[in-house]
Design a protein around this ligand. Structure first.
Ligand SMILES: [Fe+2]
Length: 161
C-alpha cells in the first residue's frame, strides 16, 4: 500500500468481509435469543446489514474496484467468540445478556471501522461516498443504542423483581 487511497480501499474490502460474515452469524444469534425484543433487534440488524453490504458494493463499483479479496480477521474472532459462548450451557436470561454483550462488541468494531472510512473518504474528496458510509455508521450507532437499551431494561426488570 502506497497511499491513503490504497489503505481506504483495503479497509472497504475488510468491511465488506466483516458485513458478509455478520450476515451469516446474525440468524444464529437471533435463533438463540430468548427475549422477543432481542430476537427482533437481531432480525432488524440483519436487514440493515444486508443494506450495508449493498452500499459497499455501490461504493467499490464507483471506485472501480472489487469489494472481495479480504478476510476480516477481527470479525472472524468476534463471531468465533459468540459461537463458543453459545456452546456453553447457559440459563436463558444469561444467554440473552451474553448475546447482547457479543453483539455490542461487533457494533463497536464496526463503528470504529466506519468512522475511519468516513474520514478517509472525506480526505480523499469522495463526498458522496463519505455520506453513504455515514448512513451506515449512523445505523451501527442506533443498533448499539438499542442493545444498550435492552441491557438496561434487563437490569431494571431485575431491580423490580
Ligand atoms: Fe453493518
Amino acid at each position: 500500500m502506497k497511499n491513503l487511497k490504497d489503505l481506504f480501499e483495503h479497509q472497504l474490502k475488510d468491511l465488506y468481509s466483516a458485513e458478509n460474515q455478520l450476515v451469516e452469524a446474525l440468524p444464529k444469534m437471533q435463533k438463540n435469543a430468548n427475549d422477543d425484543k432481542l430476537k427482533k433487534a437481531f432480525e432488524k440488524h440483519l436487514k440493515e446489514t444486508e443494506g450495508h453490504i449493498k452500499r459497499l458494493e455501490e461504493i467499490t463499483k464507483e471506485l472501480g474496484i472489487k469489494p472481495t479479496g479480504e478476510t476480516c480477521k477481527a470479525m472472524k474472532g468476534l463471531i468465533k467468540e459468540a459461537e463458543s459462548f453459545l456452546e456453553e450451557d447457559t440459563e436463558k436470561e444469561v444467554r440473552d445478556a451474553g448475546l447482547i454483550a457479543e453483539a455490542q462488541r461487533v457494533e463497536h468494531y464496526e463503528i470504529s471501522a466506519y468512522g475511519t472510512a468516513v474520514r478517509y473518504a472525506k480526505e480523499l474528496g469522495h463526498d458522496d461516498i463519505a455520506k453513504k458510509l455515514q448512513k451506515t455508521l449512523d445505523e451501527e450507532y442506533k443498533a448499539d443504542d438499542l442493545l444498550t437499551e435492552m441491557a438496561e431494561d434487563r437490569l431494571n426488570r431485575k431491580a423490580k423483581s
